[in-house]
Design a protein around this ligand. Structure first.
Ligand SMILES: NC(=O)c1ccc[n+]([C@@H]2O[C@H](COP(=O)([O-])OP(=O)(O)OC[C@H]3O[C@@H](n4cnc5c(N)ncnc54)[C@H](O)[C@@H]3O)[C@@H](O)[C@H]2O)c1
Length: 340
């Protein structure tokens, strides 16, 4: 291993750009390559940074000095890029979702293990200080009885992005299903149900939903409700409430500042953060720092294979429920795939 940890970003769009900023903050590593067929040599990002721009990943993978690959290309390419990078002996950090099927997820984790390489997932909410504190509250509030999550995006992603995102369950709610795993451990629901609607005619045409409510029931009695929307006009809305045996814990939205103005006309608060790059700025940096720190240790994960699979299968069950208007018996349909 050379003195610095050398990294390659594959896909320099919205996600790739915040990974680039995260790498620049770390003295221990250097961004050696960016692979992106859609970026031109004269792009300002290329001239203002010291990396080699490639339109295809092969030259980067054959560089023995390259240690890790960060996959932030569109979702449909994740699996192939992850497999190629692991086969070439590179540690991998990938944006969500890792794969399109349970088999793809299992193959990636098994390959990383076989090669002794790290496989990290871009579930940045696990690195958010609010949600870390929320998890800590579980030591005080006792057994959780209901969970309410709101997870509403802003602004609406581009139609081009939405068309290739998979669907709202695998692209967006996957973060919330992962948050359940983060908070509660490898918790497998007994039943999953979901309703969805598309208010936006362009999203309806894809076809996908832009507004969804998912409920999950667990065998210890826990009931969880997650509402999500592709558009929340008032800002990026991410809240969680845990109602438990001995108390309640709430993670609220972050505001741009804490000033409140009170006049005869009423009380005014500053808006909540506009979008995810602001809300999770520090978390995006923390997840890349965690990945880089794990590289010398080899075969590390930040999300276990089992938790990744459970999250994926809940997304699948919720999708099936919403399109069939039925409650999914999760254990009957999916437990075998997790334990296989
Ligand atoms: N964790 C998060 O909060 C978060 C936020 C946004 C996006 N994402 C994930 O990041 C991924 C990318 O989303 P985005 O919003 O950045 O998309 P984007 O459209 O903004 O960027 C994708 C980039 O990848 C490039 N690209 C296309 N095909 C490629 C290929 N074969 N190899 C390399 N690069 C290629 C495009 O030219 C573009 O620059 C998605 O999988 C998405 O789920 C995660």
């Amino acid at each position: 291993m050379s003195e610095k940890i050398n990294l390659c970003i594959v896909g320099l769009g919205r996600a790739g750009r915040f990974h680039l900023q995260a790498i620049k903050k770390l003295d221990s590593c250097s961004l050696k390559y960016v692979v992106d067929p859609g970026i031109a040599e004269n792009d300002e990002l290329v001239s203002s940074n010291n990396f080699t721009l490639l339109s295809e990943i092969t030259p980067a993978l054959s560089d023995t000095q390259l240690n890790g690959v960060i996959v932030s290309a569109p979702t449909q390419f994740h699996y192939e890029i992850i497999c190629r990078a692991l086969q070439a002996g590179k540690h991998v950090f990938t944006e969500k979702p890792l794969g399109k099927t349970a088999t793809e997820i299992k193959t990636c984790f098994d390959l990383a293990k076989e090669k002794g390489l790290s496989l990290y997932l871009g579930f940045q909410r696990r690195y958010d200080t609010n949600f870390i504190a929320l998890k800590k509250s579980l030591e005080t509030i006792g057994q959780v009885r209901t969970i309410k999550m709101s997870s509403r995006d802003n602004p609406k992603p581009s139609l081009d992005y939405l068309k290739i995102s998979g669907n709202i369950f695998h692209d967006m709610l996957i973060h919330d299903f992962d948050m359940l795993q983060f908070l509660l451990g490898d918790k497998v629901p007994v039943a999953v149900s979901a309703f969805g609607h598309a208010y936006d005619p362009e999203i309806k045409k894809i076809p996908d939903f832009d507004t969804v409510l998912v409920t999950l029931k667990f065998d210890d009695g826990l009931i969880c409700a997650i509402d999500t929307s592709r558009i929340a006009e008032y800002g990026y809305d991410q809240r969680i409430e845990l109602f438990a045996e001995k108390g309640m814990a709430i993670a609220e939205n972050q505001k741009n500042n804490t000033v409140e103005v009170h006049t005869k006309k009423g009380s005014f608060l500053t808006p909540i953060n506009y979008s995810f790059p602001t809300r999770y700025k520090d978390a995006y940096s923390a997840e890349i720092a965690d990945f880089v720190a794990a590289i010398p240790k080899e075969n590390s994960v930040n999300v276990s294979k089992r938790q990744c699979l459970i999250g994926h299968l809940i997304a699948q069950a919720a999708y099936n429920s919403a399109i069939t208007n039925s409650v999914i018996d999760f254990k009957k349909e999916y437990a075998g795939i997790i334990d296989d």
